[in-house]
Design a protein around this ligand. Structure first.
Ligand code: FRU
Length: 485
């Protein structure tokens, strides 16, 4: 079947129930489907949206195209949770049902205001000549999950191209601010644009944020600001970033900058640091972070990349979200850790310390390892019996280096961007790894969240062995993880 433009943008009510039910069955029955991470009910999932705390619960939405593994007419699907781990699916929430969002309810954020959840997102509109206007839309969700009162707040000002989207709504003192990804018309460079409003109706542009002294490529998507302790962290996705500014391997990186503070009125970060990769693995993009009412900073990412084919495309579904991570700052570095409540998914704890860890797993587990200093070796996950096929985690605790290698991990993804990702840590010390596997997703936390490497992998699902390549001095625990969805 060919994905023509007409087909991608076909209104949802023109699709028949049987098609959708078949797509749901394909997504549900796939051996590569995740079971304790948010994933597509059908079709394609991309950015997390509207991550917030409202009415005593956490809320999270994702960008969804329900009718196939392509970027078509997008909507928001809604989930809520008490603990950031067990999510309840509340279904389709923000639909492309107005002129302003006729070609997709694109990414945005949410914030509890006066007993309702205020949603701020980009309405993707195209006219009959396929000319795009990015409308920034406000809408209100009540406690029953009903979205109403969609209003156009502003569109791209004259000096910004059609690439103007993904507003994050923020509040400081009594003023609302929004930050958006933007491309200027004059130079076609990427920026974060800062806006302000007192009443959420009248909005005024303040200007571009001084993120870096360098040019940051041709577009920035999905900007987010969180406060962590006395610092401000800006998380964003620059496209076309020069690798001399910050090194990265994926087609587009997800980066962050730590600053001492932000002066919204003058759209200025105070002492912004260098750009860093948020995740040192593969496939992390469009991370959304927010400060909960208790001040805690949480993030969740799309595990998938734009303009990238994945092996499940031919099963008509694609991608997933990461687990929610808690953010902190330790020794000036951003720390990303699993939330405490993820432990509630653990079943059957087992102590491990031998070369063969498991001959067979369900593909859904957590592995905690403490690997002694001054050794090197390779941990094979999702391996066949002779270890010739596996997802490899190579470590060297003498030099302080870890490499995630998916070259022998079955069906390949984005090989043009390399099949390995590496990180480094203090040499001659024990290495702590906390590894989460959910069928075709791996998340590796290094030394209590100093580094995170996330990636999808598509080994033959019957290969479920976990084994080191040699005898290694280590202590560890293995837990099966419960299914949540
Ligand atoms: C990032 C992104 C956003 C946009 C959304 C559309 O992945 O391109 O900039 O709002 O996806 O689905």
């Amino acid at each position: 079947m060919e994905w023509t433009r007409e087909k991608r943008y076909l209104p949802y009510n023109k699709w028949d129930a049987e098609t959708l039910l078949n797509l749901q069955a394909e997504a549900a029955n796939s051996a590569y489907q995740m079971h304790y991470h948010l994933h597509p009910i059908s079709g394609l999932v991309n950015d997390p949206n509207g991550f917030s705390y409202f009415n005593g619960e956490y809320h999270l939405f994702y960008q969804s195209y329900p009718f196939g593994a392509v970027h078509g007419l997008k909507s928001w699907v809604h989930f809520k949770s008490q603990d950031l781990v067990h999510w309840i699916n509340l279904g389709l929430a923000v639909k492309p049902d107005s002129i302003a969002d006729s070609h997709g309810t694109y990414s945005g954020s949410a914030r509890e205001i006066d007993g309702k959840l205020f949603l701020m997102y980009t309405g993707n509109h195209r006219d009959e000549n396929w000319i795009r206007t990015p409308y920034q839309i406000g809408a209100w969700m009540d406690k029953d999950g009903k979205v109403s009162d969609k209003t156009i707040l502003f569109k791209n000002p004259d000096h910004i191209t059609e690439h103007f989207r993904d507003p994050q709504i923020l509040k400081q003192n009594d003023t609302y601010y929004a930050i958006l990804g933007a491309q200027d018309k004059a130079e076609k460079h990427g920026h974060i644009d800062v806006w302000k409003s007192q009443d959420l109706k009248n909005w005024e542009e303040l200007g571009f944020l001084n993120l870096s002294e360098h040019d940051l490529g041709y577009m920035i998507e999905c900007p987010n600001i969180v406060r962590i302790g006395d610092k401000v962290v800006v998380i964003f996705c620059p496209q076309g970033l020069d690798k001399d500014v910050a090194d990265y391997d994926d087609i587009y990186p997800n980066m962050y900058v730590i600053a001492d503070d932000i002066d919204f009125e003058n759209h200025k970060l105070i002492n912004p640091g260098q750009l860093h990769n948020l995740d040192e693995g593969f496939d992390v993009y469009a991370t959304q972070a927010f400060n909960a009412p208790d001040g805690a900073a949480y993030e969740v990412s799309w595990v998938g990349l734009p303009d990238t084919a994945y092996p499940t495309d031919n099963e008509n579904w694609a991608n997933c979200l990461s687990q929610v991570k808690k953010l902190s700052i330790r020794d000036g570095k951003l720390i990303q850790e699993p939330v405490e409540t993820i432990k509630s998914l653990r079943r059957n704890a087992e102590k491990i310390n031998s070369k063969v860890i498991k001959e067979n797993t369900t593909g859904q587990y957590e592995l905690k390892l403490n690997i002694g200093a001054n050794q090197n070796g390779c941990l094979h996950l999702a391996a066949n019996n002779d270890l010739s096929q596996s997802l490899q985690i190579k470590f060297d605790t003498k030099d302080g280096k870890l490499t995630l290698d998916r070259a022998q991990a079955g069906k390949q993804v984005a090989v043009d961007y390399g099949t390995t990702r590496s990180t480094s840590f203090t040499p001659h010390e024990d290495l702590k790894l906390n590894i989460f596997v959910d069928h075709s997703l791996v998340e590796i936390f290094v030394n209590d969240g100093e580094h995170v490497l996330t990636g999808r992998f598509f080994t033959n699902p019957v290969n479920q062995r976990i084994e080191f390549d040699q005898d290694i001095d280590y202590q560890g625990k293995f837990y099966n993880m419960e299914t949540i969805l």
